[in-house]
Design a binder for this molecule. Structure first.
Ligand code: NI
Ligand code: MN
Length: 229
């Protein structure tokens, strides 16, 4: 599996001929690797963890451009359908689907979810994380979340080997709490800190996170540079 962090919470997964984006916040993301999209030839699915603009991002535009299927909370799917996205796989917390050979499981996250429309914040169901199993490897993208001990249940149920965890603090876990997630509740072989460094408000330091993690290998990724398990 080829994994690429695209700055903030945006992640691309490629394996077995499939191409999947999670939380594709490209436009307005100062850490997005400019021009990355020019090399993207196919896109099968877009997974959105929650409605905040730094996660929903370019979803509608990319889904239309590539004919990709949107996998997200029911409320997010209906909002994007009204804006012209045609292929939808609405889900809700606790559910799994098998779509074209890829398994998507929607898991809890402790956060909020809303989209701005007409200058107003509309609530957008519950926030989520996802475990995506592609080519036999399960990847946990935690979305935006606080630390919660039921991450152990996510590990038990879905057996992720790779994790993308927020460490930026203020809106999500910071380094200390994210390290507790790794050391006490998850059993990841590879963990990648996300949701840090994008804006000054996110003060959590990924190197501080890396120092605290005792279980699993931490990879502080560079946006746009692919890596493997
Ligand atoms: Ni958020
Ligand atoms: Mn966020």
């Amino acid at each position: 599996m080829r994994l690429t962090w695209l700055g903030h919470s945006a992640v691309h997964l490629a394996a077995a001929g499939k191409s999947i984006l999670i939380d594709p916040f490209f436009t307005g993301n100062p850490k997005h690797p400019q021009g990355w999209e020019n090399g993207l030839e196919r896109l099968d699915a877009i997974v959105v963890t929650h409605g905040h603009e730094d996660h929903l991002g370019d979803t509608v535009r990319l889904a239309k451009k590539y004919g990709a299927t949107l996998v997200a909370q029911w409320e997010i799917c209906m909002t994007c359908a009204a804006e012209g996205v045609e292929k939808l796989q609405p889900m809700n917390t606790g559910g799994c689907i098998l779509h074209e050979g890829v398994r998507f499981c929607m898991v809890p996250a402790l956060h909020s979810s809303a989209v701005m429309r007409d200058g107003k914040a509309q609530t957008m169901g519950d926030p989520a994380g996802f475990v995506i199993t592609l080519d036999g490897i399960a990847v946990y993208h935690a979305g935006d979340t606080a630390l919660f001990s039921d991450m152990a249940l996510i590990q038990r149920l879905y057996r992720p080997r790779v994790g993308f965890l927020p460490v930026g603090d203020r809106f999500t876990m910071g380094p200390e709490h994210a390290a507790i997630a790794c050391n006490e509740f998850l059993e990841l072989e590879l963990v990648v800190p996300i949701h840090w460094g994008t804006f000054d408000l996110l003060h959590g330091d990924p190197q501080d996170f890396a120092k605290r993690v005792t279980r699993g290998r931490v990879h502080v990724a560079t946006p746009g540079e692919p890596f493997g398990l």
